[in-house]
Ligand binder design. Structure first.
Ligand code: PLP
Length: 439
């Protein structure tokens, strides 16, 4: 690839010509919406079916078929699917969950609303997922669940995590919001833990609007999710939906018609309608993404400073739809050039996606230190427990260095080799002239 490189031209940030100057067209446009999506939405809209559950149930059946999971349950967003999954796993006041510090807040914050504390774990600098070696010592008598996030599409190390969780009697909740279609050693992410929960909001890889999904093979967890927020599926009927009984547990049946969480978790059927169409095309579309993203990284194989965030090719693991495409930045290979400076130079070359960092670490955020959600005069993190798992700055150094070790790359949805090579050339040009940016 080196012969295609304009590596010797002056860096754009130093006044040279931009490396990336082609028109990227629709290479990053997502989701792909066709008349098929439009007519599916119009059908629901025109018959006034927005608040029904008939389309959602068909979507759930599609999801079950795709994932091979017995139960799938639609949600209005991913946050609610995670909240329900936590409650289903028994997370309550005084309990704890373990969650990686680098993730979107919704992987962790619902625990606070349940009165539980979050014991944040370190991430692995290469996978950007929870570090399996930083889990077990965090498990205490009140630890109910480990939330695993397949970060930016990268499948977390599920073998090691499941071994620890099963040995210690802790449930595993997979947050699949970044990783629909990602494979871990040949198995779909979300199907390996006790329960999978995910967002399908418009920016995600499986993007269908504001929407979420829970998947599990565990009937008890499924029924608890229904009892928590799907009141019409507990034997009650509503103006919009006929009575439906999906609960067999006699204790849960006592609460028919009133959701135990006080939440209303019915999915909007315009999203379900879009979801059915998007899911039908999803495997083929992410195959194109995988080809494009792998080509991008193959172009940069021997370039110092930037490394692909992807599993080994022969591992049976994949990046799914490559949501929130990141690269691993290694300043030490570029004379210590800070990631922010590198990213700025790549942006100057014309690649807007080059931003340093990812989700800011959560363990130092005030929400997990001082917030008193229940007005009991104590931070929620310690309101019902003597064990204080709050963590000061400096405790999770890799998570805290996220802005120094990760750089954004274009999220490519189409297989356009010239554009992809042009994107890669911008990163290569900056990496190979990094010395010029060192003061
Ligand atoms: C987006 C996201 C969520 C929350 O989903 P919403 O649909 O926005 O509520 C949860 N976890 C992760 C990792 C996410 O990226």
């Amino acid at each position: 690839m080196a012969d295609q490189c304009v590596c010797t031209e002056e860096l754009a940030i130093l006044g040279g010509p931009k490396s990336f100057s082609v028109d990227p067209g629709t290479i990053s446009t997502w989701p792909i919406i066709t008349e098929e999506d439009e007519s599916a939405v119009l059908e629901v809209l025109r018959r006034g079916g927005m608040s029904g559950t008939d389309v959602t149930k068909l979507f759930e059946a599609d999801f079950s078929a795709w994932t091979g999971m017995e139960f799938a349950l639609g949600y209005p967003n991913g946050t609610e699917s995670l909240r329900a999954a936590m409650w289903a796993c028994g997370v309550g006041a005084g309990d704890e969950i373990i969650c990686p510090s680098v993730t979107y807040w919704a992987s962790a914050a619902p625990a606070l609303a349940l009165g539980a504390a979050v014991n944040f774990a370190e991430i692995d600098p290469d996978t950007l997922c929870i570090a399996p070696g930083d889990i077990e010592h965090r498990i205490g008598p009140r630890t109910k669940a480990i939330v695993v996030v397949h970060y930016a599409g990268y499948p977390a190390d599920m073998d090691e995590i499941m071994e620890i969780a099963q040995r210690r009697g802790v449930k595993v909740i997979e947050d699949v919001s970044h990783a629909q279609g990602s494979l871990y050693k040949g198995r779909l992410c979300g199907t390996i833990g006790d329960i999978g929960a995910m967002s399908m909001m418009a920016g995600k890889s499986l993007a269908i609007g504001e929407a979420g999904m829970m998947i599990t093979n565990n009937r008890s967890l499924y029924e608890r999710c229904i009892a928590y927020g799907h009141y019409e599926r507990t034997g009650a009927r509503s103006h919009y939906n006929p009575a439906d009984q999906q609960i067999t547990d006699d204790t849960l049946k006592l609460y028919s018609g009133v959701p135990l969480g006080g939440f209303k978790h019915r999915m909007h059927q315009l999203s379900s309608a879009v979801g059915r169409v998007q899911l039908r095309h999803y495997p083929a579309r992410i195959a194109v993404i995988q080809k494009a993203m792998n080509q991008f990284w193959d172009c940069l194989e021997d370039v110092p400073g930037v490394k692909a965030h992807r599993p080994a090719k022969d591992s049976g693991s994949t990046m799914g739809g490559w949501y929130y495409a990141r690269g691993l930045y290694r300043a030490e290979e570029l004379g210590g050039l800070p990631c922010a400076k590198f990213a700025e130079a790549v942006r100057a070359e014309g690649v807007g996606a080059a931003n340093a960092g990812a989700n800011a670490p959560l363990h130092t955020h005030n929400a997990f230190h001082t917030a008193d959600l229940f007005g009991v005069g104590k931070p929620t993190m310690v309101a019902w427990t003597d064990r204080d798992v709050r963590q000061a700055p400096g405790t999770l150094p890799i998570s805290e260095s996220i802005a120094d070790i990760v750089v954004g790359v274009p999220w490519l949805k189409q297989d356009c080799p010239e554009i992809i090579e042009a994107y890669a050339a911008a990163y290569r040009k900056v990496a190979l002239q990094a010395d010029k940016l060192l003061a």
